[in-house]
Design a protein around this ligand. Structure first.
Ligand SMILES: [Zn+2]
Length: 487
């Protein structure tokens, strides 16, 4: 039993998963519209050659051109047997030279012997040499009225534009699992073969859109499974990653269990890397938006996998690749857990006053002197609707320090801790200290002792205090651009 041969489609309606292509062809045939040159492109096993043969038969049937050849006339029967003298198949993968095309050109001089047309089916046509294409082009440009071409290719981009522009191009899509699975189940029923639906689904998946590959895999599975299609056996035969393993790995990653992930990597590395990554992608996709996988984390994961492919080019070791992406994924799932914890804690206990304390602590940790100055000079009043209000009573020495580092250090930290602060309201000191000018106003900085342009070392210090990561934030909002009147 060779299923792929036995179930090779003989009629248009038998072709699986190519509704658009088949409808286009049958509509054309019904209306007697026949192109001189067809190009069928698509992945292997998607039905291109079978469709080409059915089309050839439909064009030769003695009952007339129609989408439903009679299958009984001698033309139909000869075509069916592959013995029709006017249907000439050429495999361009093995016969790609100009000499091979010259043979076709020679044959094209003579009218069909028994059929309506002389039909050339050129398989894997992209394999032809440039010279062969050139020779073919002349024939396609001005074909004798009885010549038809049906070309098939898995790589249409390799076909010269001159040919493409003269061909009626039909795209065969990879057959989706959802269409392959019921087709395979139907076929198994007809064959009287027992099956587990999950097993058939895995076969369809492993076929990756190719009907022929799916049928070949199905046969192996039936043989290995002792005449049945059993999911566990399918996993073994096709070497696909067991869904349970992928699911466990993702669980470990999300739980941050690094050790567990490290133990699982060798198991994963036994499988074809592309399948592992595909399975990983599917598992993440299935969990997307659920409680176990949030969108931000998923985004990080996919970025990591994408980056991983670049690394793979440098080091093609699957174990290394898997360690690289999975351990990074463990890391990527962690910060969010901490962020979540912080968010929770903040919601419960972190009042604005507490935030202000954090600001002071943070300033101290960066520069003790600056932090102490800030703490003794500035008293928190309120934080409401993005407006931070405080009272300022600085001593002379602190005044200087606070001014210098306000824009470069203090304000960025405020934004970081409070979120964007739209305004800082400074209340004049109620104690007997001399009032301090509000440090936020750039324009008031030009006092006698205030240095408008901090010395280089101070700038360096400010940058160091900010860990070099923050660019100074402008205190005053930028003015909106002036309207310039145009003539
Ligand atoms: Zn017929």
């Amino acid at each position: 039993m060779v299923l792929s041969l036995k179930y090779r489609p003989k009629k248009f309606e038998d072709v699986v998963g190519q509704r658009v292509v088949i409808e286009t062809l049958t509509n054309g045939l019904e209306r007697g519209k026949v192109a001189n040159c067809y190009l069928f492109s698509g992945i292997r096993g998607s039905g291109k050659t079978s469709t080409a043969r059915i089309l050839a038969k439909a064009l030769q049937c003695e009952a007339g051109i129609s989408p439903n050849p009679c299958l009984t006339c001698s033309n139909c029967r000869l075509a069916e047997e592959g013995n029709h003298p006017d249907i000439i198949e050429l495999d361009a993968a093995s016969r790609r030279r100009i000499e091979d095309i010259r043979e076709i050109i020679e044959q094209s001089k003579y009218p069909p012997s028994i059929g309506r047309f002389k039909i050339f089916i050129l398989d894997e046509v992209h394999m032809l040499t440039p010279e062969a294409f050139n020779a073919l082009l002349k024939l396609i440009e001005e074909p004798p009225p009885f010549i038809k071409f049906i070309m098939a290719t898995t790589e249409p981009t390799k076909i010269p534009d001159t040919i493409l522009s003269r061909a009626f191009h039909l795209h065969f899509r990879p057959v989706p699992e959802e269409e392959l699975t019921p087709y395979l189940m139907e076929l198994l029923k007809r064959e009287g073969i027992e099956f587990e639906e999950e097993g058939v689904r895995l076969v369809a998946k492993a076929g990756r859109g190719s009907v022929r590959d799916s049928l070949t895999i199905l046969e192996q599975v039936v043989q290995y499974g002792g005449g049945k299609v059993v999911a566990d056996k399918v996993v073994e035969v096709v070497g696909i990653v067991p869904p349970s393993l992928i699911s466990q790995v993702v669980e470990s990653v999300l739980a941050g269990k690094k050790g567990e992930v490290v133990r699982q990597i060798p198991q994963l590395a036994r499988y074809d890397l592309e399948s592992v990554v595909a399975a990983l992608g599917e598992e993440l996709q299935a969990r997307l938006g659920s409680d176990t996988l949030q969108l931000t984390v998923a985004h990080r994961f996919f970025t990591i996998i994408g980056d991983g492919w670049k690394i793979l080019k440098l080091n093609p070791d699957p174990k290394f690749f898997l360690s690289y992406i999975l351990l990074r994924m463990v890391e990527a799932s962690k910060p969010l857990q901490i962020e979540e914890l912080i968010a929770e804690l903040e919601g419960e206990i972190e009042s604005p006053a507490r935030l202000f304390d954090r600001l002071v602590e943070e300033l101290k940790s960066r520069d003790e002197e600056l932090g102490v100055c800030f703490e003794t000079s500035i008293k928190f009043i309120s934080f409401h609707n993005g407006v931070l209000k405080w009272e300022s009573c600085p001593e002379e020495r602190c005044k200087k320090l606070l001014r210098r580092y306000f824009a470069l250090v203090i304000k960025p930290l405020i934004d970081q801790i409070f979120g964007p602060v739209s305004k800082i309201e400074v209340v004049r000191c109620t104690e007997k200290k001399p009032p301090s000018p509000p440090p936020v106003k750039e324009g008031e900085r030009g006092g006698k002792e205030a240095n408008q342009f901090p010395q280089l070392e101070e700038v360096t210090k400010a940058i160091r205090l900010n860990f070099g990561t923050q660019t100074p934030i402008e205190i005053e909002p930028k003015r909106p651009p002036q309207n310039i009147e145009k003539e």
